[in-house]
Design a protein around this ligand. Structure first.
Ligand code: PEP
Ligand code: MG
Length: 727
C-alpha cells in the first residue's frame, strides 16, 4: 500500500526495443535492487562465439539432429516460428557458431547436418519451456528423419541423374533431371531484368516506412499465392514467408537505413550478406536455398519500385530457358502455356525443381551456358528423363517425340478412364489394387483414383508431434473417418509403427545407436501394451465391424504375432465382440520373410513392406541419400524374400500383398504377380496405371518372368529382363 500510494508506477517495464540485435543473457530477478543496481546484461546476437553468461542464466540442452537433410530452409522456418512464440531469447549453437533460433536465415547459415550435435540455448522468462519446445521439435525430425523421408514422400524433386558420359550429339544439350516428362515446344528466354537501386536514402523514417510497406505487399502476395496452392507450393511459400519475417534479415536492413542508405540498397545488401554466407558453406542443399533469398530480394525491390508482379504473356508450348529460374517466376507463369523449362545452372533438389514436379512440368537443370544462346521461338524437345534438350530438331526427331508423347498421354488417359473397373489380369485372376493412406483426405483421393480399398493406413499421423497419445475416442473417430471415406472398401489399419527413429515425446525410448534396429514397430507396442490395447479397441469400434483388418509392423518372430493376438482377443472379450477380426503381419524383416510359413500358419494375411525389407536385406539405410540410387527393391535378394514369403503363405492358403514402395513401381507389377502376390497397395496417384498394367498381364507369363528374375545377378539385370518382357 505504501508503494502503491507513493510510487509513480507499480510496474516499470524495461523494454529492449531491438531484440533482434541483442539478447538478454543474464538478469537480476526476484530480488530488491536500488538505483544503479544490476538489472540485466545484453549481448549482441550473431557473435562469433558462445556468449559468456552468468551462472544459470542460460538454459541449454544438447540435441542430435535426426533430419536426413539437416536443418535446411523448411525446418529452419519451423524452428523460427516455434521460437517466436516465446519471450525468451533462443539460440542454436553449432560448433561455436551461434544464431538466433528466431531467424530462419541465421539458423540455415549454421549449416547443421544430420547427426550434428547442437545446443539449444535460451535465456529469459520462459527459457526452460522454449528450450524444451525447440529441442523436442528438432528431435521429432519434423517429418524428415533419416528413414522417414523415403517412407512418407511428399512431392520430392526427381532423383539426381548425373549427366552421362555419352558422346555429345549435335544439336543436343545435356542436363540434369529436375522433374520428369517429355515435351515439345518453343524456346522462351527469361532474362532476369536488372533492378537498379540508389545507395543514398532520403531520410531514415521515409525509407523505413517504404521498406515496411514493400515487405507487407510481398507478404500479402505470397500469402494469396499459398492460399490456392498445393502442398508443395504451400511449403515453399511458407519458407519464403519465414525469410521475409526473419528478424536478423530485416534488422540488418533497418540498420543500414539508419546509416543513411536507401531501403532498396539496404535490403539488397542485407540479403546479399546471407547469400554469400550460404554460398560459402560448401553445402549443396543450402546453396540451392540461395535461389529463395534472391527471389525475395527481387520481389521486395520490385515492390519498392511500385511494380506489379504481372505474368509475362507466353506463347503456347513455351519451354522456358534461363540462367536460373526463381520459384516466384515459375509460380507466376501460366501453366496452360508452359511445357517445361531448362536452366543453365540450378540443382535438382531446388525449390523450382520440386515445384516443377508438382506442376507436372518436365525440367532440366545444369544444362550449361549453351542454353542461353538459344534464340526465342526455336523449336525444342525436352526429354527430362533422358537428360536431353534437343535444339531445332529435324522432322524425324519431332515425329518420334510426338508419337512418344501421344503414347504416354493415351496410356494415362485410358488408365484414368478405366480406373474404376474391378482389377483383373487379362486371364481373369482377381488382383486387388489398393492405396496406402495416412488420413481421411488420402482415403478420399484413393477412392477418386479407383483404389479398391486401402492396404495400409499408417496410423502414425495420429501419434506424432504431440505431448500425449490420442485416447481411444479420438482414435476411433479418426479411423472411422478414414473407413467412411473408403465407403465400405476394405481398410487395413497398421498398428503404431513408431519408436527408435520416429520419436513421440510420451514414449521415452532411450537413445539408440541404430534406431532402425532398435525399439520400433511391434516391439514398441509390446513394450507399452496399454497403448496397443487402446489402439486395437479403437479399431474395433469402427463400423461396420469387419471393414477394418489389423496389421502388425516390423514383426520378427511368431511370438510377437501371438502376443498381439492375445491383446486383440482380450479387447474383443471386453467389448463383447464374437466375430473374428482379421489380423495380418507385415513382412519387413528378413526373419519374417524366411519364416513366413510359420507366421502364415497363424496370421490371416501377409503384406510385404518392401521399403524396410529392402533396407534390411541389402543392409542399406533407406534414408541415406548416398545410397538412394542403389537401394532397389527389385534386387534379386529382395525378390527371393518375397518368393519365400509367397510360398510360405501358400502352404496355409493365406494371401500376400505388397504395401511398400515396390507396389507403385509399374515395372515390378508382373514380377510381383508372378511370385504370387494378389494385392498391391500403391500410392493413390498411380493406382489407375497399376490397374491398367494388371489388366494387360497373363499370369502364366508373369510366373515365367518372375522365375527368371530370381536368377539375375543385379537389380539392373532384373530391370533389363522386365523390359525385354515387353512392359
Ligand atoms: C515398408 O516398410 O515398406 C512400409 C510400407 O512401411 P513404412 O514405409 O511405413 O515403414
Ligand atoms: Mg516399414
Amino acid at each position: 500500500d505504501l508503494l502503491a500510494r507513493k510510487a509513480k508506477s507499480l510496474i516499470t517495464p524495461i523494454v529492449v526495443t531491438n531484440p533482434e540485435a541483442f539478447s538478454i543473457v543474464r538478469r537480476a530477478q526476484d530480488h530488491e535492487t536500488g538505483v544503479g543496481g544490476f538489472l540485466m546484461e545484453l549481448t549482441p546476437i550473431g557473435g562469433a562465439a558462445v556468449a559468456e553468461t552468468g551462472e544459470g542464466a542460460e538454459i541449454v540442452r544438447e540435441v542430435v539432429v535426426p533430419l536426413a537433410h539437416g536443418i535446411h530452409a523448411r525446418p529452419a522456418a519451423r524452428i523460427a516460428e516455434a521460437a517466436r512464440r516465446f519471450a525468451a531469447e533462443v539460440a542454436l549453437v553449432a560448433v561455436n557458431r551461434r544464431a538466433s533460433a528466431k531467424s530462419p536465415v541465421g539458423v540455415m547459415s549454421l549449416a547443421i547436418r544430420l547427426h550434428d550435435r547442437i545446443t539449444v540455448a535460451a535465456s529469459g522468462p520462459d527459457a526452460q519451456d522454449a528450450v524444451t519446445a525447440i529441442a523436442e521439435l528438432i528431435e521429432s525430425g519434423m517429418g524428415e528423419r533419416a528413414g522417414e523421408v523415403a517412407a512418407h514422400p511428399v512431392v520430392e524433386a526427381a532423383p539426381v541423374v548425373i549427366a552421362s558420359a555419352e558422346p555429345a550429339e549435335p544439336g543436343v544439350l545435356r542436363g540434369v533431371l529436375a522433374a520428369p516428362g517429355l515435351a515439345i515446344g518453343q524456346a522462351v528466354r527469361l532474362v532476369a531484368e536488372e533492378i537498379a537501386v540508389v545507395e543514398a536514402g532520403s531520410g531514415a523514417s521515409a525509407e523505413l516506412a517504404a521498406l515496411e510497406d514493400a515487405l507487407c505487399v510481398v507478404q500479402a502476395r505470397i500469402e494469396a499465392s499459398a492460399a490456392n496452392g498445393d502442398a508443395a507450393r504451400k511449403a515453399i511459400l511458407g519458407a519464403h514467408l519465414a525469410f521475409l519475417d526473419d528478424p536478423e534479415l530485416t534488422a540488418a536492413a533497418r540498420r543500414l537505413i539508419g546509416e543513411g542508405k536507401s531501403a532498396g540498397f539496404a535490403w539488397r545488401r542485407a540479403v546479399g550478406g546471407y547469400v554469400e554466407a550460404l554460398r560459402g558453406l560448401g553445402d549443396r542443399r543450402l546453396a540451392e536455398r540461395v535461389d529463395d533469398l534472391i527471389d525475395l530480394e527481387r520481389q521486395v525491390l520490385r515492390a519498392l519500385a511500385g511494380e506489379e508482379e504481372t505474368a509475362r504473356a507466353l506463347p503456347a508450348g513455351a519451354i522456358l530457358l534461363a540462367d536460373e529460374l526463381l520459384p516466384s517466376q515459375l509460380m507466376g507463369v501460366d501453366p496452360g502455356q508452359t511445357a517445361g523449362f531448362a536452366t543453365a545452372r540450378g540443382g535438382p533438389t531446388s525449390h523450382v525443381a520440386i515445384l516443377a514436379a508438382a506442376m507436372g512440368l518436365p525440367a532440366l537443370v545444369a544444362v550449361g551456358e549453351g542454353v542461353l544462346d538459344i534464340a526465342d521461338g526455336t523449336a525444342l524437345i525436352l526429354d527430362a528423363e533422358g537428360g536431353k534438350l534437343r535444339v531445332a530438331p529435324d522432322a524425324e526427331a519431332l515425329a518420334q517425340a510426338q508419337s512418344a508423347i501421344a503414347v504416354r498421354h493415351e496410356a494415362r488417359a485410358a488408365a484414368k478412364a478405366a480406373a474404376h473397373q474391378e482389377s483383373r489380369t487379362a486371364c481373369g485372376t482377381r488382383i486387388e489394387v489398393f492405396a496406402n493412406v495416412g488420413s481421411e483426405k488420402d482415403a478420399l483421393a484413393a477412392v477418386a483414383n479407383g483404389a479398391e480399398g486401402s492396404g495400409l493406413l499408417r496410423t502414425e499421423f495420429l501419434f506424432l508431434e504431440r505431448e500425449t497419445p490420442p485416447d481411444e475416442d479420438e482414435q476411433a473417430r479418426q479411423y472411422q473417418a478414414v473407413a467412411s471415406a473408403l465407403e465400405g472398401r476394405p481398410l487395413i489399419v497398421r498398428t503404431l509403427d513408431v519408436g527408435g527413429d520416429k520419436a513421440a515425446p510420451y514414449l521415452p525410448i532411450p537413445a539408440e545407436e541404430n534406431p532402425a534396429l532398435g525399439l520400433r514397430g511391434v516391439r514398441v507396442s509390446l513394450w507399452r501394451p496399454h497403448l496397443l490395447k487402446t489402439q486395437i479397441r479403437a479399431i474395433l469400434r469402427v463400423a461396420p465391424l469387419g471393414q477394418c483388418r489389423i496389421m502388425v509392423p516390423m514383426v520378427g518372430s511368431l511370438s510377437e504375432l501371438r502376443a498381439v493376438r492375445a491383446v486383440l482377443d482380450e479387447a474383443r472379450r471386453e467389448m463383447g465382440i464374437t466375430q473374428a477380426v482379421e489380423l495380418g503381419v507385415m513382412i519387413e524383416t528378413p526373419a519374417a520373410a524366411v519364416t513366413a510359413d510359420l507366421i502364415a500358419a497363424e496370421a490371416d494375411f501377409l503384406s510385404v513392406g518392401t521399403n524396410d525389407l529392402t533396407q534390411y536385406v541389402l543392409a542399406m539405410d533407406r534414408g541415406n541419400p548416398e545410397l538412394a540410387a542403389r537401394i532397389d527393391a527389385l534386387h534379386p535378394a529382395v525378390l527371393r524374400m518375397i518368393d519365400q514369403t509367397c510360398r510360405g503363405a501358400a502352404r496355409h492358403g493365406r494371401w500376400v500383398g505388397v504395401c511398400g514402395g515396390l507396389a507403385s513401381d509399374l515395372a515390378a507389377v508382373p514380377v510381383l504377380l508372378g511370385l504370387g502376390v494378389t494385392e498391391l497397395s500403391a500410392t493413390a496417384a498411380i493406382v489407375p496405371e497399376v490397374k491398367a498394367r494388371v489388366r494387360g498381364l497373363e499370369l502364366a507369363a508373369c510366373r515365367a518372368l518372375a522365375a527368371k528374375t530370381l536368377d539375375q545377378a543385379s537389380p539392373e539385370a532384373v530391370r533389363d529382363l522386365i523390359k525385354s518382357f515387353g512392359v
